[in-house]
Design a protein around this ligand. Structure first.
Ligand SMILES: *Cc1c(COP(=O)(O)O)cnc(C)c1O
Length: 322
């Protein structure tokens, strides 16, 4: 598979110009005080689909040939990749089928249907959903879109990091939540070209450590997949993103789900920001490893906002009465 380059990221920016405005990146003194670092939050939670993945989806749809546009695409996802593909497919007038593991986050499932995609629930987890999607794509002659092994997705997602280093060229560390790894791979690609002294640090949920363990081992591994943070819930490493992260990533941290819940609450309190679990995982890494970040200028990507109602209610209960 061809690795995307910084030129592909720049080309993706031209594709996305006029479709998605740059997202803001803000500093919040209250959050700095809590984290003990100088934190800039990159607000991908304000994307029209509620997550950064729409950048990749729009870029991928723009890259399809005439035959693929006619027959359509099949994606598998716990939610945000699905919304991204459905959103982009609708923009481009391309048929779109999404396979989700049975009993998905209802807010994400409803959003996919509302965007006009055909939603199929199949499989107990992402691995089984992916297998179902693979068979379906073959049966219907549609283009299967991987959750991460897609150069056009990574190049599209890289536009977020082009923006970040323009908004704050002096970032010392960028912290990126990881599921399949498209975000962290894109961050590595852009940092290498534009901010070679900036460290990229990836974060995954301790209950779903496949990308983390794959990166540490230097080969693709399969791991249990138990996190509640859907965006981080993958059970296997992906070849393309692992290759891109390989030598470029400075570190890969794990955080547990309770810490992620705490970070969701801190983002609400200190940054007036609604994040889903995966979207708060970057901040969770700062809270879990304060010594690693103390006094540094850190870009934290708030990757998404698509928390279910149940998740929101339990976060607020967790915070308790003031
Ligand atoms: C998909 C997703 C992630 C993980 O991104 P990858 O590119 O799969 O590593 C993190 N946060 C949110 C909100 C997501 O939707």
């Amino acid at each position: 598979m061809l690795q995307p380059t910084i030129s592909d990221a720049l080309a993706a920016r031209r594709v996305l110009a006029g479709q998605l405005p740059p997202t803001p990146m803000w500093n919040y003194p209250a959050l700095d005080a809590t984290a003990g670092a100088s934190v800039l939050v990159k607000h991908e939670n304000v994307q029209p689909t509620g997550a950064f993945k729409v950048r990749g989806g729009l870029n991928l749809l723009a890259s399809l040939g005439a035959e693929e546009r006619r027959t359509g695409i099949v994606g598998y996802s716990t939610g945000n990749h699905a919304q991204s593909l459905a959103f982009a497919a609708r923009r481009h007038g391309v048929p779109c089928v999404i396979v989700m593991p049975v009993d998905p986050n209802p807010c994400k499932a409803d959003a996919v249907r509302a965007l006009g995609a055909e939603l199929i629930e199949a499989g107990a987890d992402m691995g089984e959903a992916a297998e179902h999607a693979r068979r379906l794509a073959e049966e219907r002659g549609m283009r299967l879109v991987s959750a991460a092994d897609e150069p056009a997705l990574v190049a599209g997602v890289a536009t977020a990091y082009l923006e970040m280093f323009e908004q704050a060229p002096d970032l010392e560390i960028v912290v990126v939540p990881v599921g399949g790894g498209s975000g962290a791979a894109a961050a590595c690609l852009v940092a290498e070209a534009l901010a070679p002294r900036c460290e990229v640090i990836a974060v995954q949920a301790a209950a779903s450590p496949a990308a983390h363990d794959s990166w540490r081992a230097g080969r693709l591994l399969t791991r249990p997949n138990g996190t509640r943070a859907e965006g981080l819930a993958t059970g296997a490493g992906f070849a393309l993103t692992q290759q891109l992260m390989g030598p470029r990533l400075a570190d890969f941290l794990l955080v547990d789900d309770d810490r992620i819940g705490e970070a969701q609450w801190v983002l609400m309190r200190d940054a007036h920001t609604l994040a889903e679990g995966a979207g708060a995982a970057g901040l969770a890494a700062l809270l879990a490893h304060p010594e690693r970040f103390a006094g540094r200028r850190v870009g934290v990507v708030c990757t998404g906002a698509n928390a279910s109602e149940h998740e929101l209610r339990s976060r607020l209960r967790l915070a308790g009465p003031a």
